[in-house]
Design a protein around this ligand. Sequence first.
Ligand code: NZQ
Ligand code: ZN
Length: 387
Amino acid sequence: MNNFIFQNPTKIIFGKETIEKIGDELKKNNIKKVLIHYGGGSIKKNGVYDKVVISLKENNIEFIEVSGVKPNPRLSKVIEGIEFAKKNNVDGILAIGGGSVIDSAKAIAGGFFYDDYIWNAFATKNRFKKALPLFVILTLSATGSEMNGNAVITNEKTNQKWTTSGLALYPKVSIIDPTVQFSLPKKQTINGAVDAISHAMEFYFDGTKNNEIQLQLAESIIRTIITTTEILLGNPEDYDARANLVWSATLALNGLLSTGTKGGDWSSHELEHSLSALFDVSHGEGLAIIFPAWLKYNYNEHIERFDRFALKIFNIDTGNPSIDAKLGIETLIEWYKKIGQPTTLKEIGITENNIDKLVENATQKEYIGRLKRLSKEDIINIYKLAL
Ligand code: NZQ
Ligand code: ZN
């Protein structure tokens, strides 16, 4: 196990009927005027918005709004949010939504105090050092953004989908009421499940040795996500299945699984982000296509770990590690198909003609991969395997 620092300052309030607590939480943190940030309006249909407004009014908290955050959140919306927040002199941000809304809110919170051009917080080492206090009402479990310091934003002018991170960006308080997710379309539940599994796999397959506790944590998170997703596809309102899925997704990317590791491989995420940047593919869908291709390309780099994955997740044990590793990957692909995800680029309309563009986009990154540092040729090969 490698040395590590673990510090997670986010307070989580979890369970039924917890959204009502938001006003009180803001008050306790001396917030008088808050910018509410949300997406395309699902929160107005499922009653979340009304509950928030009642709670804010009860606690005499003033609010203004910037809505319309799109999945794969855009830099232009962030800039709009920063300008509006400054003009109205808010003292906090309240994100109500999934990863896209939370990430956009983080960029606004950091951008509020940032002197440089905002995109430099993503494209250079000049990260956000200070941010407005951020509060979250989570409506879609997938990214773990409710309990981490990452924000992923798309610069639509340059077609770059890049990540920034830092201690300043952790939410102060996140409220997670699993019943809010009863209203999710099946597709979003599935995307979230695939994303959270992928986070656990990024740490699992980064080449770290002797990290038994993190491996067992990752395995139980992945197994829990598989079983609960299957239950929810039959009954989206099964509270216990939903609550277990939701908390598993938070734990998959709140820093717990990364402790003692090399920090995760992240190749599949980087290659997927290029897919989303260029073709506006949803993150969970892109990962169901790219991650299996990366697994197929790299299993020989750490065969014992891939063998173990097959055994612990899918009970595969033929006695031959190489066969088991391959069977494990195939079984994961079959499960993605079973829950309704595409597993090839062709299925989402991307062909060999698009590979050059994808590679050009992905190779702008400083480096990709920790299990194996990917060369340009490796990247071409992985995209081709995903066809
Ligand atoms: O726009 P609204 O109306 O909110 O609708 C959203 C959106 O259309 C809808 N939705 C959310 N909650 C709902 C709901 N619909 C009905 N009922 C509800 N309760 O779901 C759609 C997708 O939402 P989005 O926020 O885009 O999904 P997700 O949470 O998967 O976030 C994906 C984004 O996060 C980034 C991804 O790259 C992508 O941009 N990531 C962020 C990470 C992080 N901050 O740590 C790490 C991840 O690896 C990832 O890269
Ligand atoms: Zn992800």
